[in-house]
Structure formats: structure tokens, C-alpha cells
Ligand binder design. Structure first.
Ligand code: SF4
Length: 247
């Protein structure tokens, strides 16, 4: 079985959402702010690739400018400024350390028993305190108890690809200018492997894919098909059959 963090996370929160998204392949409603999040990720990626040579704020903002279509409405202008402010604050806090970025956008594939975990990590920084694995977030709120599994699996991936074990695991919340740190090391990697294996085992034995409500429901695109949300949910549409092409 081949799974990403996103699939493991979706299943562990709500099996029905997992089924609709990954098995039935029903499209999700685009979320507000998704493009800005994507632009910021791409901006940081291209900037960090060259940060050893040039880690100036001007270069970071230039990388942002070339990825943003010019704002056409007051709402787009607001988003544009919000992204710019987040990058300026990030640079102000982290500027000194950016030149030490390694393992940028590193893809990985790791076997854990019969499970293959794939993913792509944002970056790691070589610091005086050791290697720090960092994942960028652009969520509207910082969760009160961030789930460590993503960082633990990315630490596993980093170890698989480079042989190095991160000493610190960090979520960097760009909007809130908040950096939340967790201890790394082999213990974190082992905990991630065990949790991923547990979730995969439940998924393999699941015959019902029941809905599981929680704080994640407000971002769910499938409420109309969900018996936990509606007394009479809509039937799940049949998957479109791919038309045969003439030779
Ligand atoms: S609305 Fe909530 S419970 Fe229903 S499918 Fe979506 S995430 Fe699951």
C-alpha cells in the first residue's frame, strides 16, 4: 500500500472523506486563499534554492512578484499585501539562517513494513543547535495542538534520502509569524513509523468508511454526501467512465 501524509491524515480524521476524495475521486471545492498559499510555497522554494548566494529581502520579494498576477480587485490587493507582509516578517526573523538551507523540496519514498510512504519535505536548516527540519504553513489559525505526524514522516524521509537525522522539527506558520518546535531524533522517527503503520492497518481493514465529525468538517467539500451532516444525504455520484478513444 502506497500512502502520503495527506492520505494518512485524511483517513485518520474521517474515513468517509478519505473514500470520497481518494477512492471516488470527487473534486474538492477550491478553498479561499489556496492560491496564495501555493504562491508563497513556490516563492520560498525558489528563493531558498539560491539563498547561499543571495539571501536578501529584495531577492525574496522579487521571487514573490514574479509569481503573483497583478491584483485586479481590492480583495486580491489585500491578499497580495498579506503575502508580502508574511514574507517580510519571515525574512526578518529567519534571514540570518536562510543561507544554510539544505534538502529543499526533497522527494522521498520509504518502506515501513508493507507500507510505502511518499512525500516531499519543504527544507532543513543547518543551525548551531543541529539540523532543523522545517515545514511552512499558511493556515488561518495555528492549531492548539499541532499534529506531529507530518514532521515525523518528513524526518523519516530526510533520514532515508540523506542519512541525516534532524535534531529539531519545526512548523513555521507564515501568517502568524509563529515557529513551533518539537524534538527530533530517532524517537520521533520511530513514533511516526508506528503511527503511520497503525493508520494503514485500520484503513486496510475498513469496510464501512464511516463519517467522523470534528473541527475539520468546516473545510470538507463533501457535506452534502455525509450522513453525519444531513438526514438525507445526496447519493455519491458514480465515477465517470473514461470514454474510449478511436484509433
Ligand atoms: S463533513 Fe465531516 S464527517 Fe462528513 S465527510 Fe466531511 S469530514 Fe467527514
Amino acid at each position: 500500500m502506497r500512502l502520503t501524509f495527506s492520505k494518512l491524515d485524511t483517513y485518520s480524521k474521517c474515513p468517509l472523506r478519505f473514500r470520497l476524495r481518494y477512492q471516488e475521486k470527487l473534486p474538492e471545492t477550491p478553498r479561499r486563499g489556496r492560491n496564495l498559499s501555493l504562491i508563497l510555497h513556490q516563492t520560498l522554494e525558489s528563493f531558498l534554492f539560491q539563498a547561499r548566494r543571495d539571501s536578501s529581502l529584495e531577492t525574496l520579494l522579487r521571487a514573490y512578484e514574479i509569481r503573483c498576477a497583478p491584483p485586479q480587485t481590492p480583495e486580491q490587493e489585500r491578499r497580495y499585501q498579506e503575502g508580502r507582509r508574511a514574507l517580510e516578517a519571515f525574512h526578518w526573523r529567519e534571514g540570518q539562517r536562510l543561507a544554510s538551507a539544505v534538502a529543499l523540496e526533497q522527494s522521498f519514498s520509504v518502506r515501513v513494513g508493507g507500507l510505502e510512504i511518499t512525500g516531499r519535505l519543504d527544507c532543513a536548516l543547518e543551525t548551531e543547535a543541529g539540523l532543523e527540519l522545517m515545514d511552512f504553513k499558511f493556515t488561518s489559525q495555528v492549531p492548539p495542538n499541532p499534529d506531529l505526524l507530518q514532521l515525523q514522516l518528513y524526518a523519516l524521509g530526510l533520514h532515508e534520502v540523506t542519512g541525516a537525522t534532524p535534531d529539531t522539527l519545526t512548523y513555521y506558520y507564515l501568517r502568524q509569524e509563529q515557529r513551533i518546535l518539537f524534538p527530533g531524533g530517532q524517537a520521533a522517527i520511530q513514533a511516526g513509523k508506528e503511527q503511520a503503520a497503525r493508520i494503514a492497518e485500520q484503513l486496510q481493514g475498513d469496510g464501512s468508511f464511516s463519517p467522523q465529525t470534528g473541527s475539520w468538517c468546516h473545510t470538507c467539500s463533501y457535506q452534502r454526501y455525509c450522513s453525519a451532516q444531513r438526514e438525507k444525504p445526496d447519493p455519491v455520484p458514480q465515477r465517470l467512465v473514461q470514454a474510449r478513444l478511436p484509433l
